[in-house]
Write a protein that binds this ligand. Structure first.
Ligand code: FE2
Ligand code: FE2
Length: 169
């Protein structure tokens, strides 16, 4: 069965967030990340060359994204939708476990690709599910909070990416 990618992601053109705004708020940032991560996973799955480097990029992106969400969106929304957030955290834990398996295996092995496809499928499903959290976030947060949370999200994400990739600011 061919997997269907989430249909729910609708994005404005890059750098245009309406009303002349150049900065995204938290929901816009997260949706942009989702599109980017799905794209990076697609390329990684389809391209044999440079797989190790591509894998490191996807992993760091996703690690940063998950940490950013847990430190901001999830913390804020667990008061509002506890079950959904608990499920989302379990999904993140599952991704980290798959990264652990991928890390221990040479990327040119067939088994590596099997795990990668499993990750890809679960990330698609997670992103679809997360849309309900994002929609709810848009209704419970006012505009200043969406932007403030957007800043925190970017900071937390950057800090994690720097740590995960061994880069320092
Ligand atoms: Fe997530
Ligand atoms: Fe996400």
């Amino acid at each position: 069965m061919k997997l269907q990618k989430p249909q729910t992601l609708i994005l404005p053109p890059a750098g245009d967030y309406g009303e002349g705004r150049m900065m995204p708020h938290i929901v816009e940032s997260i949706r942009e990340d989702h599109v980017r991560v799905l794209h990076l996973l697609d390329i990684l799955e389809q391209t044999g060359e440079g797989r190790e480097e591509r894998y490191a990029t996807v992993k760091h992106e996703l690690q940063g994204h998950m940490h950013g969400e847990e430190a901001t969106l999830y913390r804020r929304m667990e008061r509002v939708m506890q079950d959904e957030i608990e499920q989302s955290v379990r999904d993140h834990t599952g991704f980290r476990e798959i990264f652990g398996r991928l890390d221990r295996m040479p990327p040119d092995r067939d088994a590596w690709l099997v795990h990668l496809r499993e990750l890809q499928r679960r990330v698609w499903e997670h992103i679809e599910h997360e849309e309900t959290v994002l929609e709810e976030a848009l209704s419970v947060m006012d505009t200043p909070e969406l932007y403030e949370m957007g800043d925190y999200f970017q900071q937390a994400k950057r800090a994690m990416i720097q740590m995960a990739s061994g880069r320092h600011p």
